[in-house]
Design a binder for this molecule. Sequence first.
Ligand code: AMP
Ligand code: GLY
Length: 433
Amino acid sequence: MKVLVIGPGGREHALVRSLLRDPNVTEVHAAPGNAGIAEIVPTHPIDANDPAAVAALAVKLDSDLVVVGPEAPLAAGVADAVRAAGIPVFGPDKAAARLEASKAFAKAVMAEAQVPTAMARVAGNAAEAADALDVFGAPYVVKDDGLAAGKGVVVTADRGEALAHAQSCFDAGGSVVIEEFLDGPEVSLFVLADGRTVVPLAPAQDFKRIFDADEGPNTGGMGAYSPLDWAPAGLVQEVIDRVAQPTIDEMARRGTPFVGVLYCGLALTSRGTRVIEFNARFGDPETQAVLARLKTPLGGVLLAAARGQLDTVEELRWAPEPAVAVVLASENYPGTPRTGDRIRGLKKANRLDGVHVLHAGTAMDDDGYVVSAGGRVLAVVALGDDLEDARERAYAGIEEIALDGGQYRTDIAAKAARGEITVPGVRAEAKGN
Ligand code: AMP
Ligand code: GLY
């Protein structure tokens, strides 16, 4: 099977790496890829957001499957164009990708499907925003309705800051969703869907804020680990029964079946499991940690989803070792990142036992050196005997790598490794995911 992977990031590097390990996958191509992906497969410098260009490349390469990584190509209709060219594609059509591209649409689908989520109001101007803030009270949660690369959400106790964020979205011609604050730990659960049938991956936890102890602004994600030994037993089944299957059924009922990953961003609150957000794709960097543990060959599973045959797939197999991914970001990320700096030590890090490096914002300069080319530059992924061991290995890898101005969090998976994560209302013995 020949597979084309669309996207430039760490998630795509993880997908390519896993696909290469599938014995039934004979060839992998990527577009546009990054410096790390270009080391292992041919890359093609096309605009990943251009549906016609992606479809033409897939036809030219005689691809058997196209896997779309990021949200922007999905929202632009890349999957529609590839499907129209007669090639199976893992990733939703534009109409189904609205589950991520519009938070207001996602809320409407959840309401229809009776999926538990935060109470919310849509606001289109300052007066409506002020009203909504006062309905829910502090802490305030204000979300840009459209795509914002994980940076469109402000959670704050400061009403002025909440209003200012709403205003900046209105000024840009958009609207906002304002909702109740959800307490409790967050979980990312990726659910593969073929339009009808759903298959969950192992749950992960992401670290959204830029600084240790969840301080500072939101980012696309600074690290992740999987699985979650602190999560309630039965969490995955609960999310399938109450969230994923009803949502997939509702999308099919609307005539816009969802094929791809339904990324369920959840909060385990004192009042039960609630959806924080849906994404229409694999998470980044959770995928880097989750796929490190997947033993079932990935290509076959994604092709089955693309063909509407997930009901034929055997239960997924996982390595028992936990995985930790630590992101190295550029100076000034999540603001405008400094780029063009040389990255040293990649080979040394890759040689460590149980460790691999996945590139994100990297490029090759004219002298043949790998340089930073984006906000999140790479992730070091490690498997370990336990979470603490995986953490130590990942951080040993990060310490081998030098990038001027580079920043990373030092506390990825730390609380979980110390057994300090508690789910409101869950007894200590009822755990294990
Ligand atoms: P989103 O883009 O919707 O995933 O939001 C990004 C991050 O903001 C989430 O991962 C949470 O950490 C935080 N967040 C979003 N919505 C809420 C909420 N209703 N209550 C508490 N935190 C939230
Ligand atoms: N890590 C969060 C996301 O992919 O949206």
